[in-house]
Design a protein around this ligand. Structure first.
Ligand SMILES: [Zn+2]
Length: 202
């Protein structure tokens, strides 16, 4: 589809052809532009300003049984629930809803690392509570050799990298095993973030 918008800097017209979905099994070469965020950015032909394009986008990784929906509208969610409930081979799918390209990219990184996004949100919650402050953490990656998870943490106008021990993540997985209702409630299209987690851990 073609997205048409106006430049936030000079008001000039911007248009870009973008796919409404990506299946990374059939089009693996497209994945890099999603992970870099380039797919979601358009450049103004008049002034060169680069800006994010808001548009709905579905990321599908059949091998990971993962679907991530950016900006899904209500009727699209309803249709998805219908398809899922009538498709037995999709019962184990992880279907996530996100509000921004940044959140989409974070989810892909979490699942690519073989981690649970629910446990990652719990990790963020525990880490912020220990620090005694509200930390808007974003998962960056896993350092297997150092047994650490890395999170981006914006503080005082700059971006810090916060390392959290893998043992903290494992403790969070243990908490989830003892509270199976969380995994149960994460079936179907759901937005897994700190607000979702706050229903269980306040
Ligand atoms: Zn412009």
């Amino acid at each position: 589809m073609t997205i048409q918008t106006h430049c936030a800097r000079c008001g000039g017209a911007i248009s870009k052809d973008i796919p409404s979905s990506l299946n990374v099994r059939t089009q693996p070469e497209q994945k890099a532009s999603v992970l870099s965020g380039e797919l979601f950015v358009a450049q103004c032909p008049a002034c060169g300003n680069r800006q994010l394009l808001p548009f709905p986008f579905l990321y599908h990784d059949p091998d990971a049984q993962l679907m991530i929906w950016l900006g899904a509208e209500e009727d699209a969610r309803t249709r998805a629930i219908d398809v899922l409930s009538s498709t037995p081979e999709m019962q184990d799918y992880h279907i996530r809803l996100v509000d921004s390209p940044g959140e989409l990219i974070e989810k892909i990184k979490i699942f690519d690392a073989g981690l649970s996004d629910i446990a990652i949100e719990l990790c963020k919650f525990v880490t912020a509570r220990e620090a005694g402050e509200d930390l808007p953490l974003k998962f960056l990656g896993i350092d297997g050799a150092a047994a650490e998870l890395h999170f981006a943490c914006p503080r005082d106008g700059k971006m810090d990298i916060l390392a959290v021990g893998l043992n903290v993540y494992e403790d969070c997985c243990g908490i989830l095993q003892r509270n199976p209702s969380l995994e149960e409630n994460a079936k179907g299209p759901v937005q897994i973030d700190q607000a979702w987690l706050a229903q269980y851990f306040g």
